[in-house]
Design a protein around this ligand. Structure first.
Ligand code: ZN
Length: 530
């Protein structure tokens, strides 16, 4: 067993740091006090393994029914984990019961080591090529997912983090107090995390990172620790809530924690053939919020590009011409539709990220003679179909949304976005927002028209369908994914497409979609009826 001779303030002085002449800094005092409150450096250093069980519930604010409304409840899961502290290897076994976007259960395991990550089983509807090829299903983590999982693991293993801070005092930096629920918590910054302490107990109360969200821009991402209970010779926060901008989106409770149990090393090992091709942890701009929260709804595409599977047979986005002057962005998990008008373009949906929108605008201009995107039509407000809205407005386009979404977008576009990896911050105060209550038509100088219809539907309030009369082509997102297999029985989502077509008196030949590709409308009416 490793013994610690000197620690805390004593160690800092032994290293001859300048601060000792004037006593330990405020930051060093906070860290030392927290280490003592958790059980002391020796007790923490004696933790070799952690075996745990717990339950979690997760919500997604940007999959709400109403724009800016109640968060969507996503899943409730039972978890079991093992951590080898020395090897920095962890395994988590999930049984995740989803309520949204569809009820289903994913049973899978994650293994994370310093150099690679591995997923055993199916954990998403958006499986990548590697997972599809493997039998039984398994895949190595992308560098994005590995980096995000490692960061969250570092945050969650609070006692180890504190010990790290104690022994690396030169890397502990001052931070402004964190104010939450009317209380002020003194804080320190350490390697991308801000640790705030309870002024009474000295225990860490909240561990924050400053993240970027594709809808809300600069956001705070906090792990809020409470219900500290003795486990062996240390104290463990049994309750851990994740807060996005102060809203609880994940609520975890330990049901059991055991220290220094023998672990089966094989269960924490990644197979050699997987290790050989597995991605290293990504550095730089990791889209943490995308990676973390897409897993809440079980749709995460595990890839080092948020838009498409980098390990697909022919990876990347491309334009698919559907009719003269009409092109669909395909090749990724989320699509857009571009319609060429006499002297401008109309784009339906701005999915995933500003990087994807930048690709779409560049491709559209190359294909359609540099015409500006004058109308940006969003079928609905969900983060995965609207996360690239800022870049799509670069030509000074008007934003078209279904009622009631105007207030939501005023707030979104006013939110600070200084940490956007794809786009320099700018003001969107001059952006015109057109809110469609029932239907709307965009007409060009030659009389060509593009329409949109607000839908009575089960997915999102203010959801719109697009319509390009000249091509007899509809545009639909999330309610139907044209070109993918239809379910054996009709459902309310598919029925809402047919009823909107009927209400609008349209005669579509085909529909293209925000997911999938393009398909004859007759496929849908054969299932749902006219
Ligand atoms: Zn949606």
């Amino acid at each position: 067993m490793k013994r610690i001779a000197a620690f805390g303030v004593t160690l800092v002085c032994a290293l001859g740091l300048a601060s000792c002449a004037t006593g330990p800094s405020k930051e060093q005092q906070l860290v030392s006090k927290a280490v003592e409150a958790v059980g002391g450096a020796q007790a923490i250093a004696d933790i070799r393994t952690i075996s745990w069980k717990g339950t979690i519930k997760q919500w997604e604010p940007e999959q709400s029914d109403l724009p800016g409304g109640e968060m969507r409840f996503c899943n409730e899961a039972q978890l079991e984990g093992a951590i080898d502290v020395q090897a920095r290897a962890a395994r988590t076994d999930w049984v995740k019961n989803f309520a949204y976007p569809a009820p289903r259960t994913f049973t899978y395991s994650e293994i994370v080591t310093p150099s690679a990550g591995y997923v055993i089983g199916i954990d998403t509807n958006g499986r990548n090529a590697e997972s599809m090829k493997a039998n039984p299903p398994a895949h190595s983590m992308s560098g994005y997912r590995l980096a995000a999982t490692q960061r969250e693991g570092r945050r969650a293993n609070v006692s180890a983090l504190l010990l790290d801070m104690l022994f690396n005092p030169e890397r502990v930096q001052p931070a402004a107090d964190i104010v939450a629920q009317g209380r002020s918590y003194p804080a320190v910054a350490y390697q991308g995390l801000i640790v705030a302490f309870d002024p009474q107990t000295g225990l860490p109360a909240r561990i924050r990172s400053l993240d970027y969200d594709n809808i809300w821009g600069d956001v705070t991402w906090d792990l809020v620790l409470s219900d500290w209970k003795p486990v062996g010779n240390v104290k463990v926060a049994m309750s851990r809530k994740a807060q996005l901008n102060g809203r609880v989106v994940s609520d975890f409770t330990f049901s059991d924690v055991k220290l220094n149990q023998a672990l089966d090393a094989k269960r924490l090992a990644i197979p050699g053939d997987v290790l050989a091709h597995a991605a290293r942890p990504a550095s730089g701009n990791v889209p943490y919020q995308w990676v973390i929260r897409r897993q809440y709804i079980g749709t995460y595409l595990d890839s080092d590009n948020a838009s498409y599977d980098t390990r697909a047979a022919s990876p990347g986005l491309r334009l698919q011409e559907l009719a003269p002057g009409v092109a669909q962005v395909v090749g990724g998990s989320h699509n857009s539709l571009i319609v060429e008008m006499s002297d401008f373009l109309v784009v339906f949906d701005a999915p995933v990220s500003d990087a994807q929108s930048q690709w779409t605008m560049k491709a559209a201009k190359e294909k359609f003679g540099g015409k500006p995107v004058k109308w940006v039509v969003l079928t609905h407000h969900h983060m995965d179909h609207a996360g690239g809205v800022r870049a799509m407005l670069a030509d000074g386009g008007t934003l078209v949304v279904g009622a009631p979404a105007r207030e939501h977008y005023l707030k979104v576009l006013a939110a600070p976005a200084t940490r956007n990896p794809d786009l320099s911050p700018r003001s969107y105060a001059a952006v015109q927002i057109m809110e469609v209550t029932s239907s709307n038509v965009i007409t060009d100088s030659r009389g060509k028209q593009v329409m949109m219809y607000v839908m009575d539907n089960p997915h999102a309030k203010g959801m719109m369908m697009g319509w390009v009369p000249e091509a007899k082509l509809g545009w639909i997102t999330d309610l139907w994914s044209p070109g993918t297999p239809l379910p054996p029985k009709p459902n309310p989502a598919l029925a809402s497409v047919v009823s909107t077509v009927k209400r609008a008196g349209l005669q579509p030949d085909r529909f293209a979609g925000g997911h999938g590709s393009v398909a004859p409308y007759s496929q849908l009416t054969q299932l749902v009826g006219q």
